[in-house]
Design a protein around this ligand. Structure first.
Ligand SMILES: Cc1cc2nc3c(=O)[nH]c(=O)nc-3n(C[C@H](O)[C@H](O)[C@H](O)COP(=O)(O)OP(=O)(O)OC[C@H]3O[C@@H](n4cnc5c(N)ncnc54)[C@H](O)[C@@H]3O)c2cc1C
Length: 383
């Protein structure tokens, strides 16, 4: 294969966005992914309009052959307590997509705008060659971008140790097409996903109906007995009559890092991490697609500024941009995390019953990030 300027390892939203953002830049780009696309990805598949705007997705065109579920409200509460419903009158505040379709759409678009796709090809190893790299013994690249998700092999090569010292969110999810009988037995409004915060405040579960598909899941900031928590959650939902009694039981698990707690190095000589590989999910919601897309846009700007020399010094511009956008990471727990659950829980229960808090804090601030305008990026230029 011909040498490339940028080799991106991982063709999820982070990797495909970077390749797309580098269109018209004059840089040659290839994406390596171990899977053939379309492929499934463990995810609830909820995205904010900011993501679609940043990606310049033509919603009408996207929805023509794919699931695009508009969301206009949320029901939320502490598990076992009455939920509060909040509705928005001004059009969709989020969308439900299926990662099987969304990731494939973005990857094909990256290929259409010039990236070479090397799918069905696992990353095996990388060696230094001059001031660039040789990957899998055959692909020469000036810079290698790790976009391989939480277990990204490039992140590992840069010193990350997934599953050892890192403080992870562990989550399980199931997405299945409902039969007509199951659809009739599920009262969840597709425009109003439901969120259930766990009583120990370690995470939350969700039910999310997207067209004919139902997505149910639970994520927690510790992975101790996660399957038991998931089973208790689904039993609770069945008892409440929120999901069909014959909901399949085979959930799929995955992990990710919340940005404030992630300590992975973002750059070194000729290497850079984006998306889950860098550990970027928003702390309260666990939303990872928007940070993955934004990190890719910031990485594109930084790579263009390097002018062909990708030393750690020159790539440091990416770290600065990330801190400007997402803030500084902190090694230990924040003050709120140090407050014992027994003290926090009654306050949380009261707050969650407040429609004002549910809308202005939980939804607008924590989940929708309405206070943060979408990033703007012009292809081929370093802004
Ligand atoms: C249960 C669950 C629910 C979630 N729900 C949401 C949600 O509703 N909304 C949201 O915004 N975020 C959600 N997230 C987080 C979101 O899924 C991630 O943040 C997002 O997928 C990150 O994108 P990425 O491109 O960085 O990585 P990924 O989407 O993980 O893509 C990484 C790619 O790298 C490839 N790869 C991995 N290893 C190798 C290798 N060795 N060689 C070659 N290729 C490799 C993989 O095949 C994959 O295609 C959820 C996460 C979980 C676990």
């Amino acid at each position: 294969m011909k040498p490339v300027d940028v080799l991106i390892v991982g063709g999820g939203p982070a990797g495909s966005t970077l390749a797309w953002a580098l269109r018209d830049s004059g840089l040659s780009v290839a994406i390596l992914d171990k899977r053939d696309f379309p492929r499934d990805k463990v995810c609830a598949g909820w995205v904010t309009p900011a993501v679609m705007e940043e990606l310049e997705v033509d919603l009408e065109d996207y929805a023509r052959e794919r699931t695009l579920q508009p969301i206009s409200g949320f029901r939320l509460g502490l598990m076992g307590e009455k939920e509060v419903e909040t509705r928005y009158e001004h059009g969709p505040v989020s969308y439900g997509i299926r990662r099987y379709e969304f990731d494939d759409y973005l990857l094909r678009r990256a290929a259409d705008t010039g990236a070479t796709l090397l799918t069905g090809t696992p990353f095996r190893q990388m060696e230094r060659e001059g001031d660039g790299w040789r990957v899998n013994g055959e692909i020469a690249a000036r810079v290698v971008v790790g976009a391989g998700g939480h277990f990204c092999p490039v992140a590992r090569a840069m010193g990350a140790r997934p599953g050892r010292s890192e403080r992870i969110v562990a989550a399980q999810e199931i997405e299945f097409p409902m039969t007509p009988e199951q659809a009739a037995a599920c009262p969840v409004d597709p425009e109003v996903p439901e969120l259930f915060f766990t009583r120990d405040l370690a995470g939350y579960g969700w039910i999310f109906r997207k067209g004919d598909y139902l997505n149910i899941g639970l994520g927690r900031e510790d992975n101790h007995q996660l399957s038991r928590h998931v089973a208790e959650f689904t039993d609770y939902l069945k008892a409440q009559g929120r999901i069909p009694a014959d909901t399949p039981e085979k959930f799929h698990g995955h992990a990710y890092l919340l940005y404030p707690h992630a300590l992975r190095r973002l750059v070194d000589d000729g290497r850079l991490l984006i998306g889950d590989a860098a550990g970027l999910a928003y702390p309260q919601s666990g939303e990872g697609i928007r940070p993955a897309v934004e990190s890719a846009l910031l990485a594109a700007q930084s790579l263009l500024e390097c002018d062909g020399r990708y030393t750690a010094d020159r790539l440091a511009g990416y770290v600065e941009r990330m801190e400007d956008r997402f803030g500084r990471r902190q090694a230990g727990p924040g003050w709120l995390e140090r407050v014992p659950v027994g003290l926090k829980q009654p306050i949380a229960a009261r707050l969650m019953r407040s429609p004002w808090f549910a809308r202005n804090v939980v939804m607008d601030r924590w989940f929708l990030h309405t206070h943060q305008a979408p990033l703007r990026f012009r292809a081929g230029t370093a802004a």
